[in-house]
Design a protein around this ligand. Sequence first.
Ligand code: NDP
Length: 254
Amino acid sequence: FAENLAGKVVLITGASSGIGEHLAYEYGKRGARLALSARRENALREVADRAREFGSPDVIIIHSDVSNVEDCSRMVEDTVNHFGRLDHLVNNAGITTSKLFQEETDITNLRPIMETNFWGSVYTTRSALPHLKKSRGKIVVISSVDSWMPAPRRNIYSASKAALLSMYESLRVEVGTEIGITIVTPGYIESEMTKGKFLMGEGRVEVDQELRDVEVSAVPVGSASECAKAIVKSVARGERCLTVPGWFKMLYVM
Ligand code: NDP
């Protein structure tokens, strides 16, 4: 049976662009109330305005860096203080790499990938779990096809996404009778990350355009809006597994 998302309280990390931004619109269209978090406040404000236009009755924005444990707990607290409950946590914030591990990578750029993609999700989930158990809610985790089909130059990124798979499959065994866990493994989606403007450390990283062209010609490419649509539809339906033709993606839904 489809879950009615109207009035549900949904916290989305990494909502300032790409998949997270479009998840805000898709949840908004279904009448969910939203807490949108990321580091770029101006971008978040614009997403919040559009999500309201799409139909969300109440949207707040929370400035936070998910690699900081205090930010993660404050993000959950702010959400519950404002809305009085939490129904869905969407762990979406992430950064990537597209550099050769040995020759091109500054070792100091590796740790932030794990801290953002893996630890950020873990910290937020730890703070959110008591509230999700209370509401019998859901966690949605945006992993990646790289978690089980690693590509060259993704090294620590692939590892961070595989760590998410293991972590949430294990958590599912612990808490699966109380809350739902959806692990999403999207394929290649057009976003800031893949357009070559993703943030790493303090600066924007340029993706090797030649490499990007090879990748885009080799695999089907999806849009962030298609991806978000499929995720919210599937999460609301509680489907166990979904493959969307045209781009490589699977969903596990509990
Ligand atoms: P974007 O770069 O457009 O979005 C990434 C989001 O994460 C932004 O909103 C960014 O916001 C946020 N973010 C990054 N670092 C932090 C941080 N330290 N604290 C808080 N927020 C942060 O890329 P996508 O939409 O493509 O990526 C979304 C998710 O989808 C990621 O987890 C990515 O790994 C995953 N994914 C993407 C695929 C693709 O092909 N695009 C394929 C498979 C998975 P801000 O900079 O404002 O903080």
